[in-house]
Ligand binder design. Sequence first.
Ligand code: GLN
Length: 248
Amino acid sequence: MKKIIAMILAAMLAFAGVSAVAESLTMCTNVAFPPYEFYGDDGQPTGIDVEIAKAIAAKLGYELEVVDIEFAQCIPGVQSGKYDFSAAGMTVTEERKQMVQFTDTYATGIQSVIVPEACEFEGLDDFVEENGSVKVGVQMATTGDLYTTWDYEDEGKGTVERYASGAAAVQALLAGKVDCVVIDNEPAKNFVSQNEGLKILDTAYAEEEYAMAFAKDSPIYDDFNAALAELIEDGTVKGIIDTFIPAN
Ligand code: GLN
């Protein structure tokens, strides 16, 4: 009997020890996509996605753990259950909906085109008209990659060079390895302001909506999405977005 009581006691203590530390939710993202995710001055990930996810986690009583991986690994990582969810400035597309379930959308994005400052073309088609083809730099597996692959590479109008991050694609542009980079507008503005000699074309390439992605059988999806909806409703999400994208 004594032995059993001791065992129960030990089990209770172990349980208390574990539950004293808040459980964490793991969010995967590519922390090279400012202002949605980037490393702050303190060396910690921050940005629109990170702060919204933190607010949701706090509301649900979890800590948030951000895991920095390639964007191309985000959907597979969520599908396999390795991460609880992905918040990565991720565009909702029909193809991705086959693989994951998306939360409500919380932001909009535009695929824009970054070119060298001296470029006089107005859009990708001008490169094709003048030079016969266009060499596009993108971040692998992003919508910028998909759209330009369909519209230019598959049509025999150019080639798409795929890089592990948007930052790497911009470096390739600076080195003259590609004609342009197709990437979401807010990261584009950040990259152009941080690097000399680049500009964004006025012509937007495509408009899209961002949402966070969960495995289809995720046990926390419903609670998470409800918390996000509340934070959108009460203005918290807008407040976070306005902090990172000051209105011009
Ligand atoms: N919005 C784009 C996409 O979903 C890019 C996202 C990203 O590079 N983090 O494909």
